[in-house]
Design a binder for this molecule. Structure first.
Ligand code: SF4
Length: 732
């Protein structure tokens, strides 16, 4: 008997874990078991053909919200082509509606409810017996409509978690749970590992979650079960040494047991140390965490990881206590946000935070507050998700009580509710799109931060107004090119009007905010310097730190003199300096280096209140004037609270500044890279009233006030946390 386990992943880069657990669980009595991994983005006919050509006796599909529609269409066609093939469905999307699946889809023969590592081999061994004894009558049921082996084999009622048709209708079963995880065979066989090239590998150190958020399927199974620490370490060791590039833990809350989680992180750090010497990351580990469960020891441990070794995904969902209580989510919101900020500030770990729109008692304004609260701690990625009503969850049962309407089909997303209207959700969908384009892309780190801080009362207010601008100008209808995004943001900047009388109050023309105040003649933002404004300087900087073409969008270009070009080339001829600054240039000729770098002159104004740094909050005022840094988006030239800590170079030792902030030197040639007399490496004012005075500047003012700063952008490699290119302030 030949069984094909079919996994339809959502992207090519993803891999499947469940089919390999199932395959590993099958013994010789199950017959031949194969795994076929494809994606839902592939043409369905092609996938159907591959399955058909295998001529499987059993086709088992792994079902999730992202593939259920595809699976059902595929399985239906397969049954028409191969009526004798037994169709088995399993996975979270069918576990809590198994009887319904059998009732609604006649081509489905069996459904595995819950974890399948025991029930699946149990079913296959019974079917294999039936296959070997075809022609003999040992069946207890009579649903063999096809002449195949799909009828109910004797003994099936002794196997936990199998739902099937029987003479009396549908025999149901509770979702199966594997009690002892260490009893499971490892899915990471040579065959599985060889299928992983360039893909994300999924890994679990535990199953279940100790929490019980009512919208989450993990709350449907009580308790958390763990693989032994030794097994986790030995499998990680095997995977890392096999050369995989990313290991994504699927543990629902990786640090539910903080001490155990620390132990695993310690092991990963040691393994990395052993394999790389600790300077670089051997691969990337992704964890979903409860960030409020971190203590200082854990944060200290994380801070010792090299850039790119670890990334964290922290669910926040909302900062509205009433909304969180309504979905039984216990979170210390203050601690959670402060921990995200602490970890992000260390600059070595990519932090992803999740929000859910549509929770009970969270109306549009309340969501705006949650959004701004989370945005303010500057995770590298902020995911705006929408409430889903998953089968098997408590919230789905409570949907009527809260007046929710949601989609009939997966992913069962909210359409409207008592607390949030369809129009408001549509608005949030638009904001989500802009969040992806402008914040999560990481391309607008400084310009976005500057715009929000200078002109808006909150991040959400900016996104709301920017959404209206994009909608009204048709920018959300079609995808925009990356260069178009810069132009759109600039056009929006031109369209906003500063209202004196309220710090930072800005309205888009024709769409004043409810709480707008007036207090004198309004100014158009464009009058603040147009393409020579601080905003546009930051837009230029953002572009060059994200795009290695070295060619600015047309509207941001400015003439470059032959003299400037000559000076830049001369700078590249200083081998000791350029090699120290960018080690990858060692052994390269200036002409070759020129192809991988870009020099740009900036005019940032005259204020010490702005900083850029490794801290991806990117632009901060540092009230105490202590935070001034630039660099590898931070690491290469930075000055923290302790003014003695200005350094560059990977080892942090090559460029240092003592308490005297004018004494910044590269050692070899102290004149070539320095903060010089102007002891602020990169300082830009952004408070329009302070920078430009009440009337706003003229072009002449800017020329007089602004000191030229030259930045050198290196396109040798991207920052492993922000994905941006590093840059250096240079004196040429
Ligand atoms: S949302 Fe997260 S914390 Fe809550 S039950 Fe699900 S997995 Fe656990």
């Amino acid at each position: 008997m030949k069984t094909l386990i079919i996994a339809l992943n959502s992207k090519f880069i993803h891999s499947a874990l469940a089919p390999w657990y199932l395959k590993a669980s099958c013994g010789p009595d199950c017959g031949q078991v194969l795994v076929l991994e494809r994606t839902v983005n592939e043409n369905q006919d092609k996938v159907l053909s591959s399955i058909y050509l295998h001529k499987p006796d059993v086709a088992a599909f792994s079902c999730y919200i992202w593939n259920i529609r595809y699976v059902l269409d595929l399985a239906s066609s397969l049954k028409k082509l191969l009526p004798a093939t037994t169709i088995v469905l399993g996975g979270p999307e069918v576990s809590y509606c198994a009887a319904e699946m059998l009732r609604d889809y006649p081509f489905v023969d069996f459904v595995l409810a819950g974890e399948g590592e025991i029930s699946f081999p149990g079913l296959l061994s019974l079917l294999a017996k039936r296959y070997d004894n075809r022609g003999t009558d040992e069946m207890s049921g009579s649903n063999d409509r096809s002449g195949g082996i799909s009828c109910v084999p004797a003994g099936i009622d002794s196997i936990e978690g199998i739902v099937y048709r029987s003479g009396s209708g549908i025999t149901e079963a509770r979702p199966a749970v594997v009690k002892d995880l260490d009893s499971l065979k490892s899915p990471y066989t040579e065959e599985m590992i060889s299928s992983l090239s360039n893909k994300i590998v999924y890994f679990e150190a535990s199953r279940g979650c100790p929490f019980s958020c009512s919208y989450c399927l993990s709350s449907a199974t009580a308790g958390t079960r763990f693989f032994s620490f030794e097994r986790v370490c030995s499998e990680l060791d095997k995977l890392v040494k096999s050369g995989v590039k990313q290991i994504k833990f699927v543990d629902r809350t990786f640090n539910a047991n903080p001490e155990r989680a620390k132990g695993i992180v310690r092991y990963i750090l040691e393994l990395n140390q052993q394999l790389t010497g600790g300077e670089t990351a051997v691969c990337n580990f992704h964890f979903e965490v409860g960030a409020d469960l971190f203590d200082d020891e854990f944060i200290g441990l994380l801070s010792g990881a090299p850039q790119g070794l670890i990334q964290l995904e922290a669910g926040v969902q909302s900062t509205n206590e009433e909304a969180l209580a309504a979905v039984c989510r216990k979170t210390d919101v203050g601690k959670l946000l402060s921990n995200i900020e602490k970890i992000r500030r260390n600059g070595n770990i990519h932090v992803h935070a999740d929000l859910i729109a549509g929770l009970p008692y969270e109306d549009f304004r309340s969501f705006g507050k949650s959004f701004s609260d989370v945005y303010s701690v500057k995770p590298h990625h902020l995911q705006l998700g929408f409430l889903k009503f998953l089968k098997g969850t408590k919230l789905r049962d409570e949907a009527e009580y809260y007046g929710y309407r949601f989609c009939d089909h997966a992913p069962y997303e909210i359409l409207a509710g008592h607390d949030i209207s369809a129009e408001e959700l549509i608005r949030l969908k638009g904001i989500e799109e802009l969040l992806e384009r402008y914040y999560n892309s990481g391309r607008f780190m400084y310009s976005l931060d500057y715009m929000i801080r200078s002109f808006f009362n909150s991040p959400f207010e900016f996104f709301e107004r920017f959404y209206v601008y994009n909608r009204d100008n048709g920018h959300l209808e079609l995808p925009s090119s990356v260069r178009d995004l810069y132009l759109i943001l600039y056009s929006f900047y031109q369209s906003i009007t500063v209202l004196p009388g309220k710090s930072g109050a800005v309205v888009k023309d024709n769409d004043p905010p409810d709480d707008a105040v007036s207090g004198g003649p309004a100014r158009n933002a464009e009058s603040n310097g147009g393409t020579n404004s601080i905003f546009c300087e930051l837009l230029r900087l953002d572009f060059l730190a994200s795009d290695n073409s070295g060619t600015l969008p047309e509207f941001l270009q400015r003439p470059v003199t032959a003299e400037f070009r000559d000076k830049c080339f001369k700078f590249l001829k200083n081998a000791p300096l350029i090699n120290k600054l960018i080690p990858e240039t060692t052994g390269m000729l200036p002409k070759q280096i020129l192809k991988k770098v870009h020099f740009q002159q900036f005019f940032f104004g005259d204020s010490s209140s702005l900083s850029m740094g490794r801290d991806s909050s990117a632009l901060s005022t540092g009230r105490d004037g202590s935070s001034l840094s630039t660099g590898r988006d931070g690491s290469s030239l930075s000055m923290g609270r302790d003014s003695s800590a200005l350094f560059t170079g990977r080892d942090g030792s090559s460029l240092s500044m003592g308490r005297d902030s004018s004494a910044l030197s590269t050692g070899g040639d102290s004149s070539s890279l320095s903060t010089g007399g102007d002891s602020s490496p990169l300082c830009m004012g952004y408070d329009p009233s302070r920078l430009f005075g009440a009337k706003g500047p003229s072009q002449h003012d800017i020329d007089l006030r602004c000191k030229s700063t030259v930045l050198l952008f290196s396109y040798f490699s991207r920052d492993k946390v922000t994905g941006r290119y590093q840059f250096y302030k240079v004196d040429i």
